[in-house]
Design a protein around this ligand. Structure first.
Ligand code: 5GP
Ligand code: MN
Length: 356
């Protein structure tokens, strides 16, 4: 058992008011890890005075079927209540992010909060804002670490099966494992991953239903947006085995863009032979806090990068777009017109990408 787990069990045993939080624009691993912790705590500490999951921004529709996803507070919609819960909590569990910046406008409340903080994450270089840190960059998903934490305690599966948890815990964990590995197609070579999957299935997961819930529920608008991206917007740079797609607000509006609709588009160019790098950019509205921090700039460009094999994209993400992430999946942000973000990328990528 990892030594930090004992400390987490102790903090969980002493807590009375618990907040769980994760990164903004939560993905399957963020929602899965936060909600698995939520269901575990409901089983383990039914006597808690309060237990709240706070999302910095709303989850996309394709994750709202997760058990109790609708009970999460969303900071950018319920700001006062979320910040009050954060201030009142004596234990704050942070999952799937490595630095406070990743919770966006919730960061000041998180940093000011006096409750004990636990961080469970698989991104490189965690900042030391938490009292207990479980940081395992080799783990394919934070959900794997949550699985280890929950099952290192004897009898947890039976406790939660008989208790109120039902199959909620394994369902949340499986969702994070599946989404952060692209349905077990990258970061997924470790045999332990499949032992965990086997145990999750024994524990009650319907893996085919989860796949269907996550990957086969897109809106028709999103399908047409994908068609538009691939047909009209994908620029290919054969020398560097790279593809670039970017969308401005007008284009997003035309396709009735909803949060989550861009999910997975960045991976698609990699399905072509000889394309190993992919970059996707999308123009977003900056929040009031982001505008204040960036000279009143109203547009925020969200950049996503993907690659295959030994071709890290996180260095480019960090150096050109103040971001980071994993070697094959990273991202960053840019404040300014999308044309400038594209320009920055196009004039810089040759320093970071390989030709072969
Ligand atoms: P996505 O492209 O799905 O938004 O992000 C892929 C991965 O890149 C995330 O799991 C996260 O590790 C990283 N990432 C995305 N955006 C940012 C960012 O703005 N800053 C940092 N540090 N990492 C990011
Ligand atoms: Mn993750």
């Amino acid at each position: 058992m990892r030594s930090e787990f004992e400390s987490i069990y102790r903090l969980v045993a002493e807590a009375t008011k618990v907040v769980i939080t994760t990164h903004m624009s939560p993905d399957g691993d963020a929602m899965g890890s936060a909600l698995a912790m939520y269901h575990w705590l409901r089983c383990r500490r039914p006597d808690l005075q309060s237990l709240t999951v706070i999302l910095p921004t709303a989850a996309p529709d394709f994750l709202m079927w997760l058990p109790d996803a609708d009970k999460c507070l969303v900071h950018d919609r319920q700001r006062e209540e979320a910040e009050q819960r954060m201030a009142d909590a004596d234990l704050i569990i942070c999952t799937d992010f490595n630095e406070p910046k990743r919770v966006g406008a919730l960061a000041p409340a998180l940093l000011k909060a006096t409750g004990k903080k636990v961080l469970i994450d698989h991104h490189l270089h965690p900042s030391d804002f938490a009292d207990v840190i479980v940081s395992v960059p080799e783990a394919p998903a934070t959900c794997q670490l949550v699985y280890e934490l929950i099952t290192a305690e004897e009898n947890t599966p039976s406790l939660c099966r008989e208790g109120r948890g039902g199959s909620s815990i394994p369902t949340c964990i499986y969702t994070g494992l599946m989404t952060d590995t692209g349905n077990f197609s990258y970061n997924s070579r470790n045999p332990e991953l499949y032992r965990i999957v086997a145990r999750l299935i024994e524990w009650g997961v319907d893996k085919d239903a989860i796949y269907n819930n996550v990957f086969n529920q897109y809106s028709v608008d999103r399908m047409r947006l994908v068609g538009y991206c691939l047909n009209q917007k994908m620029r290919v740079f054969p020398e560097y085995h790279m593809a670039l797609i970017y969308l401005n607000r007008k284009e997003l509006y035309k396709y009735n863009f909803q949060s989550g609709d861009a999910e997975g588009i960045v991976n698609m160019p990699l399905q072509s032979k000889d394309i190993y790098y992919s970059c996707f950019m999308r123009e977003d509205k900056a929040t009031p806090e982001e505008q204040a921090a960036h000279n009143g700039c109203k547009t925020k460009i969200k950049i996503s990068l993907r690659s295959q094999g030994d071709r890290p994209v996180n260095i480019l993400a960090a150096e050109l777009f103040g971001g980071g992430g994993h070697a094959n999946a990273s991202g960053g942000e840019y404040y300014g017109p999308i044309s400038s973000a594209v320009q920055r990328f196009l004039s810089g990528y040759t320093q970071f990408f390989k030709k072969d």
